[in-house]
Ligand binder design. Structure first.
Ligand SMILES: NC(=O)c1ccc[n+]([C@@H]2O[C@H](COP(=O)([O-])OP(=O)(O)OC[C@H]3O[C@@H](n4cnc5c(N)ncnc54)[C@H](OP(=O)(O)O)[C@@H]3O)[C@@H](O)[C@H]2O)c1
Length: 254
């Protein structure tokens, strides 16, 4: 039996669509029949992404650190005019950086929080309005195992990812008035640009990597859970965080 997701006729938003897990999510949603509003800052990368399926990928350049309510409303309005209301969204934008307690860069710490947390709050607030989303829409947020198991010198990133989970649980009780669901996914280490950019060497030594019983992840190892949570196979799931960790948590304890 070959069971695949069928999102024909559905519309989704993906934030952080120009790279890594957001890009993979966009490609898989489109492959499964959905139209996608793909959001990130880098216009060249968004243009490249659009080439994969120009009819189904609608791009918008937005910096989630500075985006106002009007900015979010404008991009959702433009997409609605072209394709209709959304059926949900995936918030995957995030940046990473070390913030050791003694001597951390406060500006960097705020940027980390603004990108993973406040940008997400602003998006969810606008996207869950009746004006922009169909009833029973599904939203998926990107947390991290570091939200529950923070590494040394990673308090800003870890706190932002823990805050994502707490907000998600709180939002689930409010947005249910429109029938909407919301969940988060917490990956362990996944090979993307984020990990290439020094995370692996700075935080994840050989010992930490070896705790991933199934090896380090790829973006496609995470998107199965994301698409499942967006789909109608997950209609009884809301307010939950899901670890997709290659056995990392299990492998951390003897
Ligand atoms: N990779 C891992 O091991 C791992 C593990 C656990 C959780 N996560 C989380 O998973 C999510 C995706 O990570 P990834 O590994 O796929 O990272 P990635 O490849 O670096 O992609 C991050 C995405 O976020 C976008 N972004 C960053 N800052 C933005 C801003 N100010 N405004 C709009 N878009 C912005 C980037 O696009 P532009 O640069 O074009 O704006 C890019 O599309 C992040 O939230 C990350 O914290 C990652």
């Amino acid at each position: 039996m070959n069971v695949t997701f069928d999102f024909a006729g559905n519309n989704f938003v993906v934030i952080g669509a120009s790279s890594g897990m957001g890009k993979q999510t966009t490609l898989e949603l489109v492959e499964s029949g959905a139209n996608v509003l793909a959001i990130a800052r880098n216009v060249e990368r968004l243009d490249e992404l659009k080439k994969n399926n120009p009819a189904k990928i609608f791009t918008a350049s937005l910096d989630v650190m500075n985006a106002t309510a009007d900015d979010w409303a404008d991009v959702l309005d433009d997409f609605k005019t072209a394709y209709g209301k959304i059926d949900g969204g995936v918030y995957s934008a995030g940046i990473w950086g070390l913030t050791p307690l003694n001597g951390f860069d406060a500006e960097l710490a705020h940027k980390i929080f603004d990108t993973s947390f406040w940008g997400m709050v602003n998006f969810i607030q606008m996207a869950t309005k009746k004006k922009f989303s169909n009833p029973k829409s599904s939203f998926v947020l990107m947390s991290s195992i570091s939200g529950d198991y923070p590494s040394k010198s990673l308090f800003a990133y870890s706190s932002a990812k823990a805050a994502v989970q707490a907000a998600m649980k709180s939002f689930s009780k409010e947005i249910i008035k429109n029938g909407h669901r919301i969940n988060s996914v917490a990956p362990a280490i996944v090979a993307t640009e984020m990990t290439d950019s020094g995370m692996q060497t700075a935080v994840a030594g050989e010992e930490m990597i070896s705790r991933h019983l199934l090896g380090l992840g790829t973006a496609a190892d995470i998107t199965g859970m994301i698409l499942f949570l967006l789909s109608n196979r997950a209609v009884w799931i809301t307010g939950q965080n899901f670890f997709v960790d290659g056995g990392y948590i299990s492998g951390s304890y003897v």
